[in-house]
Design a protein around this ligand. Structure first.
Ligand SMILES: O=C[C@H](O)[C@H](O)[C@H](O)COP(=O)(O)O
Length: 232
């Protein structure tokens, strides 16, 4: 089975959790894209839901699928968010933001009663950190912020290169919120909570890709079948 087929399998299970009347958060990325496509098919069959997208890319896809959209201003509490992840551990701690959508994703997940992660088996790790941690920063003061991030990470036991993410044209990648991303190649993040706490003390940091205590469940698809973690 290809990676895309595995992602689709996980997305199919997540779509089965959606019921009429639900207020949904729609994730971003190649796995969430399968979920939005499958949800769109159900909406065209008559399913009545309303959804908040976590990126402009997902907004465009959801609109094209005919999914009714809302905002967190109109609908501040959501029933279920379904999103992908770059890594997840057995305690449902995540790294997200490989596609640059981490800030809106975290706001939407925090506004949801349930957040279900969909992923293929390659995303599951024993210790977070193989995937470089995205850290969203304000462009102003980038040099100083980068030094402060490095110092904060070191206090939490993490060392590694902090790379400014680039767009395909070589310019800095800019998030939907107008910010830059530093990718922290920390290797192993032994204490994600300590790192999250340390990063939160740096003024130029808007947010980071550690999602701790947000995911309530996960569907992980591999050749062996679907593994379900937590509460779906
Ligand atoms: O910013 C992007 C998101 O956090 C994605 O959910 C994450 O990068 C996983 O994406 P994919 O499903 O494409 O691996």
């Amino acid at each position: 089975m290809t990676g895309e087929e595995l992602k689709r399998r996980a997305a199919e299970r997540a779509v089965s959790l959606v019921a009429d009347g639900m207020r949904l958060g729609l994730g971003t990325g190649s796995t969430a894209r399968h979920f939005v496509a499958l949800l769109g098919a159900r909406v065209r069959e008559g399913l009545d839901v309303v959804a908040v997208p976590t990126s402009e890319a997902t907004r465009a896809q959801a609109e094209a699928e005919g999914i009714r959209l809302t905002t967190l201003d109109e609908t501040p509490e959501l029933d279920l968010t379904v999103d992908g992840a770059d890594e997840l551990d057995d305690r449902l701690r995540l790294i997200k933001g490989g596609g640059g959508a981490l800030l809106r994703e975290k706001i939407v997940a925090a506004a949801s009663r349930r957040m279900v992660v969909i992923a293929d088996g390659s995303k599951r790790v024993a210790v977070l950190g193989r995937f470089p941690l995205p850290i969203e920063v304000v462009p102003f003061g980038l040099g100083a912020t980068r030094r402060a991030v490095a110092a904060a990470a070191e206090r939490a036991g993490c060392r590694g290169a902090l790379s400014l993410r680039s767009a395909p044209d070589g310019a800095p990648f800019v998030t939907d919120g107008g910010h830059y991303i530093l990718d922290g190649a920390f290797g192993r993040i032994e204490d994600p909570e300590a790192l999250a706490g340390a990063l939160a003390t740096v003024p130029g940091v808007v947010d980071h890709g550690l999602f701790l205590g947000l995911a309530t469940g996960a569907v992980v698809a591999s050749e062996e079948g679907l593994a379900e973690l937590g509460r779906l």
